[in-house]
Design a binder for this molecule. Structure first.
Ligand code: NAP
Length: 298
């Protein structure tokens, strides 16, 4: 239980509603900032303005998956209020206050570091990334269906990168009957790809491997699908780039060549906000409970 814990939830999309529901159920006191257009709130949950919060009593701050933008602004889709998280606000919190975010950026890293507060980046955790790969895969399948005239079954698909997302995507497309090959650079990854019954290739050979592709799914967060690679693809190839912004594709050149290339960020939040929110809610609950226990032991 989270009884007695004061948590400020600042901004966020539909995923945050699941987090709020879960933490409220566990009896935390929640101040919601950037949610004034939300109709229904649970008991123990209060819609407030940033200026109304007594941050000296806040045990934890929960930011949206994206954290802040490079200027400190927090996304608030349930509000017209502009919310900026500053170092001054964080300095008002008690020394033990923890800030939870999906990802971070130099601004957020900097203000939390200068204020000497712990910043937890949930998406850096393996468990969150692996659970999150499930709705990401479903979103990728949706995009492949929406943007092609052929079945996934029987099509030539390349997945670039065998990380948490790449492995799940490759396995799902394989089970849908696609002919899947996976590009990686580590020998252990190449071995794992072979073990999964898929065709491995080294990313150094990408230019050769793209010549027969119907769908190219990139998960490598570096410019890997560059102009020289796109130039070798058949004109009907669909590129779905899952890597975080700006992706790993030369979108300008793809457009010039008439190849459809789609940057597809935040698929879990689009195709399954409830599940994506539950993933975050479950891990946050665990982390907050651990935090409370540790403080009680001291
Ligand atoms: P990950 O586990 O770190 O996997 C990244 C993969 O890229 C690894 O196989 C890694 O191989 C490879 N890689 C990294 N840098 C490389 C380089 N310079 N050259 C060649 N290969 C390189 O990450 P993940 O959790 O799978 O996520 C992948 C990307 O998808 C991230 O950008 C993440 O933010 C994004 N993402 C997007 C969505 C969405 O909805 N679109 C959802 C979840 C995640 P090595 O081990 O050899 O470095």
């Amino acid at each position: 239980m989270l009884t007695g814990l004061q948590i400020a939830v600042i901004g966020g999309d539909a995923r945050q509603l699941e987090v709020i529901r879960k933490l409220a159920e566990l009896d935390a006191r929640l101040s919601l900032i950037g949610f004034e257009q939300l109709d229904h709130v649970f008991s123990g949950v209060y819609k407030e303005k940033l200026s109304e919060i007594n941050f000296s009593e806040v045990d934890a701050i929960i930011l949206p998956v994206t954290g802040t933008n490079p200027e400190g602004q927090v996304d608030t889709i349930f509000s017209n209020e502009e919310v900026i998280l500053t170092e001054d606000i964080i300095l008002k919190t008690p020394a033990y206050c923890t800030i939870y975010s999906g990802i971070s950026n130099p601004y957020l890293d900097n203000i939390t570091k200068k204020a000497n507060r712990k910043l937890v980046k949930l998406f850096e955790r393996n468990d969150v990334a692996i659970y999150n790969s499930i709705p990401t895969v479903e979103g990728t399948i949706m995009m492949a269906i929406q943007h092609t005239e052929f079945t996934i079954h029987g099509s030539n698909v390349a997945v670039l990168g065998l990380g948490r997302v790449g492995m799940s995507v490759a396995r799902a497309f394989h089970h849908l009957g696609a002919k899947v090959k996976v590009g990686a650079r580590k020998t252990e990854h190449l071995a794992r790809i072979a073990e999964m019954g898929l065709k491995p290739f080294h990313l150094n050979d990408l230019d050769i491997e793209v010549k027969d592709l119907d769908i190219c799914i990139n998960t490598v967060p570096h410019l890997i699908v560059n102009a020289a690679i796109i130039q070798k693809m058949p004109p009907h190839t669909l590129i779905i780039d899952l890597a975080s912004k700006p992706g790993g594709t030369d979108f300008r050149y793809a457009e010039k060549r008439g190849i459809k290339a789609l940057l597809a960020p935040s698929l879990p939040g689009i195709v399954a906000p409830k599940t994506a929110g539950q993933i975050l809610g479950n891990v946050l609950t665990q982390l907050l409970e651990d935090d409370v226990l540790k403080r009680k032991e001291k």
